[in-house]
Design a protein around this ligand. Sequence first.
Ligand code: CIR
Length: 257
Amino acid sequence: MASRIAITRPVSTSIVHCELTHLTREPIDYSRAVEQHAAYQAALAALGCDVVSAPAGHDFPDAVFVEDVALVLDELAVMTRSGAVSRRGEADGVEPLLARYRDIVRIDAPGTLDGGDVLRVGRRLFVGCSSRSNANGIAQLRALLARHGYEVDAVDMRGCLHLKTAVTAVAENTLLGNGACVERSGFGNVTWIDVDPSEPHAANALWVGDGVIYPLAYARTADRLEAAGLALHRVDASELAKAEGGVTCCSLILARR
Ligand code: CIR
């Protein structure tokens, strides 16, 4: 039995109707997206996760982006409330599965929060002030987690959908980021790796155990990560990238307790 569980969710047949904020709509090849998602699940398994799938939510175009519906910590899971109204029903398909592994608490109206806006660095949670996560949602998160010893810091960001579009953790206390979207000084005393300037969308990487799942599209930033000694598992994530999704978005990673 693996020490981690990765919760994923199938690509919805309605994915072409996904939310888009910063991208222009392009055709998405559903079969190709499904194949790429399967390869992503295989990468999670190769990195030591038991991969479990929540039931498909074909009525919800963005359901594959399961990261956004919850924040999972060792102590509990927080069901979020997306700032995108079209995504609010997604949680119903994931919560019963998550409840097998964690006690559940939730963000209530008028708060909004997307999991993609929450970056954990040890006991600090950085939360992007975005179109999806508002001040009330961030304040609720702070109140829910204070008793578990987490500090919650709101982070200003610009020009990107979620905080983790702009910055992700790639190793202990090590962040990969795009300084055009976030101020690196806001993240304290960490090792910071900049994306290559020619690859502004390259900051979304998924650190799992000893490896990092990373898109094939960003060769120059991949070179920087490998030069820093990181073991990359490269995946083709091009179809879901057209839906403004990256590699963190398609799973919830839980330590098995
Ligand atoms: C959305 O706009 O909600 C989806 N089309 C993409 C969500 C990507 N999720 C993430 O970055 N955590």
